[in-house]
Write a protein that binds this ligand. Structure first.
Ligand SMILES: [Fe+2]
Ligand SMILES: [Fe+2]
Length: 285
């Protein structure tokens, strides 16, 4: 049966409407016909308040998928699980690893999942689906699992480590994107894009037998990117003929400016409260 997929931004770094709040983080609510899920949970518990303001019903959410372990995507997990008690969790095992960002003085600051959330996930093991591989969340809606890193010009986008002394680089194997097929082509939701957005899109195309990519929404983590990387990323978007772009969260202003200049008709914001409606493909992805 044909139906729509509605994507609502519940948490993002920006907001343009009354009654909603923003924070550094990301969370999407996806309503696919009668079924719904969350992709990421923001940093605090703000998604609950914004969901209420947007009249998004979290109680019916059947799945909570995490793009990776960073706390701006996982910090709202506890309250999201309380609001959606029947939801199964989908995450890569490496999301639970300690994670640090390197300061200029080479000390590390913790940016991973807080221990209470990690402990709750370990305790709820029978409600958890580990997503090292591509995994279907609900009918026709998938996460990629681990994304092969094939493009030399892409990296994780920052100084990320597994230890507070900043000696072991974090490859962020946990980083994954969500995707589903529509009548217009694939829609891809990015968390932070630490695997590289081009690596991510090319992998999704391989997984789907070369379906066109219609839309890319979410964090592209280009805020530390070289101009070479940004130029190559824009070239890939052009080659892949992406029709709609909503670069958000950790994309970074210089990259945002260049993307909007390169694709003025195709870019839109992804602020809290943004809503997209896609006609679902009859057979799913
Ligand atoms: Fe992030
Ligand atoms: Fe991140």
């Amino acid at each position: 049966m044909e139906h729509t997929v509605v994507v609502n931004t519940l948490v993002e770094n920006s907001v343009h409407a009354r009654g909603l709040l923003a924070e550094h983080g990301l969370a999407f609510h996806i309503q696919a016909g009668p079924r719904s899920l969350l992709f990421d949970t923001g940093q605090s518990g703000l998604l609950i308040r914004n969901a209420r303001s947007l009249r998004v019903n979290l109680a019916a959410v059947e799945a909570i998928a995490l793009s990776h372990g960073h706390n701006d995507h996982t910090g709202g997990l506890q309250v999201a699980r309380e609001a959606a008690p029947l939801a199964r969790l989908f995450l890569h095992p490496a999301s639970l690893a300690p994670k640090f960002a390197g300061n200029p003085d080479n000390t590390g600051r913790p940016i991973g999942m807080d221990e209470a959330n990690a402990e709750a996930i370990r305790a709820a093991a029978n409600a958890v689906v580990w997503t090292s591989q591509p995994t279907e969340l609900l009918e026709g809606i998938f996460v990629t699992g681990e994304i092969p890193r094939r493009n030399a010009f892409e990296d994780t986008g920052g100084r990320f480590f597994l230890d507070p002394a900043c000696t072991q680089p974090d490859p962020l194997l946990d980083d994954q994107a969500l995707f589903f097929d529509t009548q217009e082509g694939l829609v891809v939701l990015m968390g932070c894009g630490h695997a590289g957005v081009v690596n991510t899109l090319e992998y999704i195309q391989r997984l789907t037998g070369g379906r066109p990519i219609h839309a890319v929404l979410g964090g592209l983590h280009l805020l530390n990117a070289s101009s070479e990387r940004i130029v190559k990323t824009i070239g890939a978007f052009r080659r892949l003929e992406i029709q709609r772009l909503a670069p958000a969260h950790c994309t970074g202003l210089p990259a945002l400016a260049q993307l909007w200049t390169a694709f003025p008709e195709r870019c839109s914001t992804c602020a809290v409260g943004t809503r997209w409606v896609f006609p679902m493909s009859p057979r799913g992805a």
